[in-house]
Design a protein around this ligand. Sequence first.
Ligand code: A3P
Length: 293
Amino acid sequence: GEKIAPEDMLFSYRDILFPASVSSPETLEALKSFEARSDDVILVGYPKSGTNWLEQMVQELADAKYTEEERKEIINAEKKVETFQRLEFGDPGIYERMKKLPSRRIIVTHLTPQLLPPSIFQSKAKILVLVRNPKDTAVSYYHFYNNLPLLPSFASWDEYFPDFMNGKLAWGSYFDHLVEWNKYIDNEKIMTISYEELKEDQVQGMKKIAAFFGFSLCEEDFLRIAKKTSFKAMKEKSSETHGKFGDVLFRKGVVGSWKDLFSKAQNEEMYRKFEDTLGGTKMAAKIKYDVYC
Ligand code: A3P
């Protein structure tokens, strides 16, 4: 297809950048009209926190109670509505069409609370916020930017680093994202979970998630789902599940890959920024900052 000029790849909405290939200011405006349901399952994460992994896990956890037949019906209904990967993706008509989806809907977003529709907070819908340490998130996002033709590329890590620190990337600042979600951290409808704790003990993490959303599963289900959603298993199936984005999405899947790129000065700068913006908050306590420092 036609090559998009780098300056046209992103647009700004309420001072936050978004990829023009998947969203528009009109869609983000229309999002205000989205009507949440009390049984919606809402998954939130800054880009590259492991949102695709979490989504797959939660889908499996939620689906465990359905028969093969019922699952097919749900998938068919979703196909008819042509849902998008993220709540903020697609054409402005998507929120009207989403009304036709059967309950229980699994909704994934990278947005902060200010950009989400008010009905999400007014309803009883539960929100799971996924967090990942900022250094691995930054590294993951760097590779994503450079490997995805729909986003501008950076000449080097050093050129990219200030943009991550200053929130000049799609979906804005990592730090702002967490500062905003931290304001909701005591809300009983909200739970946070970290990429690192899921990596450390996925079954334990999934048990917490299932308890939060009220899914009941047996021990074998958890073991089966952990196996099915391992990095290796998901990577192997990636072209089937994510098409040509598969290769870009399932990169390394480990904790601590920031060490490949961070200089000592960048490590210190990141620590200061993290302390300045999030230090002492409940959110900071959820983030495994010192991963193999
Ligand atoms: P890396 O680039 O560090 O490998 P998102 O889905 O939010 O875009 O996040 C992508 C990150 O999650 C990538 O990190 C990707 O490899 C990782 N990831 C995807 N599936 C995973 C899995 N099953 N287990 C662990 N990490 C996974």
